[in-house]
Design a protein around this ligand. Sequence first.
Ligand SMILES: [Zn+2]
Length: 346
Amino acid sequence: MNNFLIQRAGRFSLLLLLTLAAEGCAPPVYFDTPLEFRSREKYNAFMQTYSSYLTGKKFYIDPGHGGKDRNNKGPAGEAVEADLNLKVGLFLRDFLTEAGATVYMSRTTDTTVNLKDRSLLANESGADIFISIHHNAPGSGADRYINYTSTYYHAKETDYEYEPMERDLAKYIQRDLAYAMRTPGGLGSFDGTYSDYWIYPGAGFSVLRHTTIPSVLVECSFHTHEYEEKRLIQIEFNRVQAWGIFRGIARYISQSIPKVSFKSTTLKNGAYKAVFGISDTVQINPRSIRVFADSAETSEFLFDESENELSISFKTPGERLIKIIAANTRGNHAYPYEEKIMFTKD
Ligand SMILES: [Zn+2]
C-alpha cells in the first residue's frame, strides 16, 4: 500500500487496512451454507421427505483415528484429523438419527480403537452400511496446496470381491459432500470416487477389507492445506460437511436398494435348479444381473421379470458358492449376496 493511498483513506478505511495487513495475505475462510440450513422450512422439508426412506435403516459410523492416534495435524497444528473426523461423525449421527435411522459408532469420544476392531464391531452391530470418516494428507513428495474430496470403495470393478453397491453409495456421498464443501473431486478419477486399491494395490484399506457389510471411506478434504485447516477447525463448517455426507446418503437410500434372497432348489428336466428372489420397490434391470458360481461367472441363469425370480441351473448336484449382482432401473445395486447353496432335488 503506497503512502498516497493511505493519506487519502478515511480513518475507518485506514483501520481496516491495518487490520488486513496484520492478518497477512491469507484469503478469508470461505464456506457456503447449504440451502437446507437457510430456513427452518427448507430443513424440515428435506428431513420430512427423506425420513420416509431412512426410518429403520441402520448405519455404522467410524470416525478415523483418535486416542493414542492423534499425529495427523494441519500445518499450524490447529486441526487434528482425529478430532475433525469425530466432529463430522457426531453431526452425521445426529442428522441420521433425526431422520429416523439407527446409528452405531466406533467411537463417540477421543478414544483408541484399533483398525480391526472397527470392522469387527461393525460386522456384529447389525448395521446395513458402514461409513468411515477421514481427512486427507498427501503422500510422498508432499504438496501442501493439494486439496480435494474423495470417497473410496473396496476393490476394482474387475475383481471378484468388488461390490457395486459400495460404489453407488460412494458416488452419492462424494457428489453431495464435494458440493457442500465446494471442493473438487481430485484428478485421479472422473467422479471423485476411488477404489482403495488405488492407494494399496490388491489390499485396500483395512476398514473396507475387513468390514463385511457394505462400506465406504470418505476423505473429506486435506487438513494439510493451510487455508483448508482454517475452515476445518470451525464447528459450523464440520456441520456443513456432515450435512453433505448425510444428503448423499439420504438421496442414495431414496433410490431404493434391491435385496437378493434364496427361495428353493428343485430337480427338473434333469437340471438341478436353485431359485432366488430379487426384491425391490423399484423395477429390477434384467441386463444388470450377473451370477458367479464358485467365483466363476456363469450365464446358466434365467430371470423371470413378472415374479422377480432368478433361477440358476446345473446338470450335476452339489454345493456351490453363489454370488449374485443385480441393480434396479435407477442404477442402485443390491446388497451384497454370496451364499453356499446346495443344489439338490429339494
Ligand atoms: Zn485418516
